[in-house]
Design a protein around this ligand. Structure first.
Ligand code: DPP
Ligand code: ZN
Length: 878
């Protein structure tokens, strides 16, 4: 049967819910939920009301106060249907739900143990239907009034979204608390939390003068790790006031940390709930990247208060309306807090590592999908990361002032309602007096466009001709592709490193030295005048469009850009281009090749410049592209061969830099290290980590000795972990065992650090890698019930440890499939996310391809597969 939901079938709801009152009698094993819905038919002649519900034990239904007998309604598998209702009525329901038995972590569930854990909810996308009967769709916005009741000793803290309006004691040691949210919201933004939690609190005054209390909540052993997040939250709030004119809008803002969470975090109105991984942070347990991730996610969820909550999505097809936009907002925030160029490099690297493979494989889908079988499988890199790139293109297209006017217009026009992608583009376009509708094609079309650039110089006419052409390969369900508007930011460099003035044919004067061309057709030619000698083009600066640029360039030209381009991103990009060319040659078995020499030579020169001030950028320059990017360059591919060729690149780079220079740089960085957390200290640590890794490739004994010392004396987790990684990769069995034991002895009681302990072992390549993973799965601290732990072991193994997962005998596939079958019984969402590690299987060399396919088919044939996992497996095999 075709169970797909389609965008083209969208119909507004036939019923509205004017308000809802909820009362929860909370208990771990069994919770009773009372709901009173004030219903209004959208039409004069009401149609039957169909409410969503899953796994609810119905106790009682009342219509306008009168109890409904079994003939008054119909209960189906996932719906409650009532016919012949008056156009306006009150429906009351009582249901029983079972939080402790809820291992899917969707709806109301228990985090931690029955004795000490707390209750919480996760409702996006469709968790609310696991709590009560409701119109569980984002375009039904309602005012919520919520009362929580629970044993006062077991659940001293009771929280729900909105403002607290009262609390008190009940009989038998129970207490109650009541909350009202003045802002209408869809059910996916509902949340409650109940249990023993500690609070870190701080007053905050918004730019428009509202006194707000910021409350960060965590279990007692973790509350001390909330200070960094609290500071980040205040920075995010100020930033949104300044950058977008957005103010917070309730008296209190709660953020709660849990170790049991399927996602990174959740933007519930007034009550954000965070995976502890993105909230808890201190120097002893958190790396520099970890701190930046906390700040970014704090920003992301906070920014949703406007882009997602005040203006929400009409339907789940519009998910990127809030997610792509909000990722763009959090990227901009992080860039403003740190470095524009580095943030851009990191974000593009993430896009290429996660989204490009998705867009090139069987799960490819547009940023706004046209259909889905299971919406939880569309919280993807495409909807998030590519969606953010589309907003970035639009922002660049209209310019900063018009973009701000446009977002102001969007928020004002759609406040308190549910919007579409068209609504956002209309507001931005109106503010800029630009027709942005051609950009809608980006939302509808899957696949990464290939942008090819060919250039030639005509000395006689002093012209430089740039020919751009675009092509997008077919993706599943989309055989024919359309042309897209592609903004190409560019500059032309003279041989001496000068940027040339840019005058296009037909223009009277040059328009600056950097400009944006828009390719709107399949191909176009751009002619630059007054160009005396063949320049070096710097194309797609700042990664001005999410495309694959194909432009053959001589290694010497790329080396020049790598050393001199003023655009930090394109500088890095030139190195990536060189490294990719070198990789192709290495993979093809070439003994020596110009690209490799140019890459190592240019990096050697940069490395030797002792005044190269940007240590963090240098660290990024010294890394070749990720393995998942390189895999895409050869088809079909053998993971062992890809891995070997990438290693040859790193080896050649380490040799070119030289053991003594690496040792000297390491020593200098180590001496400067003070355990500080300012940007220069972080940059030094970043470079030091990379230098240590390269050093170990050319002088393992010396690098290992340094790593052991660094591990023993580390001032914080960045240092400790960098050393541990090198020891695990290059050390002997005794060293590995010793450091892992010491690490565990120190951090065994800290779940997030133990996730790292698991992950660093699961990522190590080698013949015994699979035995390591088996041992980790058998460890007493491993459990399939905790998503972070599952991702640490199985996610790291299947996504990061390519040679182990893709072992030639198929043992890696067998291991993952067996784990997926077990995990799916407990947590379908996490199982479905993990199964996407199979994504590139069809591009493998024939032997592995056949093995991967047969294991996927076995998985598909598993009886009782969840809809989540079945959807991924079936689309992967289609
Ligand atoms: N919690 C997820 C996010 O913020 C889904 N909304 O992206
Ligand atoms: Zn989000």
């Amino acid at each position: 049967p075709d169970l797909k939901i389609r965008l083209s079938d969208y119909q507004p709801s036939a019923w509205r819910i004017a308000s809802v009152e909820l009362v929860f009698d909370l208990d771990i094993a069994s919770t009773e939920v009372y709901a009173r819905l004030e219903l209004e038919s959208a039409s004069a002649t009401p149609t039957p009301l169909r409410l969503d519900g899953e796994g609810l034990e119905l106790i009682e239904l009342r219509l306008n106060g009168k109890r409904l007998g079994p003939l008054g309604y119909r209960v189906e598998a996932h719906a409650l249907e009532l016919s012949d209702l008056p156009a306006s009525c009150a429906l009351e329901s009582r249901v029983r739900i079972r939080p402790q038995a809820n291992t899917a972590l969707e709806g109301l569930y228990l985090s931690g143990s029955a004795e000490r854990g707390f209750l919480l909810t996760q409702c996006e996308a469709q968790g609310f239907r696991h709590i009560t009967w409701f119109l569980d769709r984002p375009d039904v916005l309602t005012r919520y009034s919520v009362e929580l009741r629970a044993d006062a000793a077991r659940f001293p803290v009771l929280l729900a979204g909105g403002n607290a309006v009262g609390s008190g004691m009940l009989a038998e040691g129970r207490h109650w608390a009541r909350f009202e949210d003045p802002h209408p919201k869809p059910s996916y933004l509902f949340a409650l939390v109940a249990g023993r939690l500690e609070c870190l609190s701080q007053p905050y005054i918004t730019a428009d003068g509202r006194a707000v209390t910021l409350n960060l909540w965590a279990e007692a052993d973790a509350i001390g790790q909330c200070h960094y997040a609290l500071g980040a939250l205040q920075r995010a709030m100020r930033w949104d006031e300044r950058s977008y004119g957005r103010n917070y809008d309730l008296d209190v803002f709660h953020v709660v940390a849990t170790h049991d969470f399927n996602m990174g975090a959740m933007e519930n109105k007034g009550l954000n709930i965070f995976n502890a991984k993105y909230l808890l942070a201190d120097a002893d347990t958190t790396t520099d990247e970890g701190f930046r991730a906390v700040e970014g996610v704090i920003g992301h969820e906070y920014f949703h208060n406007w882009s997602g909550n005040r203006v929400t999505c009409r339907d789940w097809f519009q998910l990127s309306l809030k997610e792509g936009f909000t990722v763009f907002r959090d990227q901009s925030f992080s860039a403003d807090m740190h470095s524009q160029a580095l943030k851009r490099i990191e974000d593009v690297a993430t896009l290429r590592r996660m989204q490009f493979p998705e867009d090139a494989g069987p799960l490819a889908h547009p940023v706004r999908p046209a259909e889905y079988a299971e919406i939880n499988n569309f919280y993807t890199a495409t909807v998030y990361e590519k969606g953010a790139e589309l907003i970035r293109m639009l922002a660049a297209r209209v310019g900063p002032q018009a973009f701000r006017r446009g977002t102001d217009l969007y928020f004002a026009r759609h406040d308190g309602s549910a919007a579409t992608v068209e609504d956002l583009l209309a507001a931005l376009g109106e503010a800029a007096a630009v027709d942005l509708t051609p950009y809608l094609a980006w939302y509808a079309q899957a696949g990464t466009p290939r942008l090819s650039a060919r250039c030639h110089h005509e000395p006689a006419t002093r012209r430089y001709v740039l020919r751009l052409a675009q092509h997008t390969a077919p993706t599943p369900g989309q055989a024919v592709k359309h042309t897209l508007p592609i903004p190409v930011k560019l500059a032309l460099f003279a041989r001496d490193g000068r940027m040339l003035p840019l005058r296009l044919a037909g223009e009277a004067d040059a328009v600056g030295v950097e400009r944006v061309l828009e390719l709107t057709d399949a191909a176009a030619e751009f002619v630059f005048e007054d160009i005396d000698e063949a320049p070096i083009p710097s194309l797609l600066r700042g990664f001005s469009a999410p495309v694959i640029l194909e432009c053959a360039m001589p290694p010497g030209d790329l080396a020049l850009l790598l050393q001199h381009d003023a655009d930090g991103f394109n500088r890095w990009e030139a190195g990536q281009h060189l490294a990719s060319d070198a990789f192709r040659a290495a993979h093809a078995g070439a003994a020596q090749y110009a690209a490799l020499a140019a890459w190592t030579g240019a990096l050697g020169a940069l490395f030797a410049q002792t005044d190269f001030s940007d240590a963090a950028l240098l660290a990024e320059l010294l890394a070749p592209p990720a393995i998942s990017e390189l895999e895409a360059l050869v088809e079909p591919h053998d993971p062992d061969a890809v891995d070997a060729a990438r290693r040859r690149l790193e080896q050649a780079l380490a040799q070119a830099l030289g053991a003594s220079a690496l040792a000297a740089r390491y020593t200098a960085l180590h001496a400067a290290e003070q355990g500080a957390h300012d940007a220069p200290a972080q940059a030094r640590r970043r470079l030091k980590r990379r230098v240590l890794e390269l050093w170990a490739l050319v002088d393992a004994p010396a690098a290992l000795a340094a790593a052991e010392a660094q591990f023993a004396q580390a001032a914080g987790m960045s240092e400790r972990l960098a050393a541990l990684r090198v020891l695990l990769r290059h050390g002997d069995a005794g060293m590995r065992h010793g450091t892992l034991t010491a690490f565990r002895a120190r951090h065994g009681q800290q779940p997030l650090v133990m996730d790292t302990w698991f992950a660093v072992q699961a990522e190590v390549a080698g013949v015994d890698a699979l035995d390591t993973v088996r041992a980790l799965l058998a460890d007493a601290a491993f459990t399939l019930r905790n998503p972070n732990r599952v991702r640490a072991v199985l996610g790291t193994f299947a996504r990061q440890n390519r040679t182990a997962f893709h072992r030639a005998d198929g043992a890696g596939y067998a291991l993952l499939v067996a784990q997926l079958q077990a995990l799916d019984q407990l947590n379908p969402q996490t199982a479905a996310a993990l199964a996407q590690a199979f994504n590139g299987w069809a591009r493998l060399e024939p032997k592995r391809r056949a093995l991967a396919e047969s294991h996927l088919r076995a998985l598909a044939a598993t009886p009782g597969l969840s809809r989540n996992l079945a959807d991924i497996v079936q689309r992967s095999l289609a």
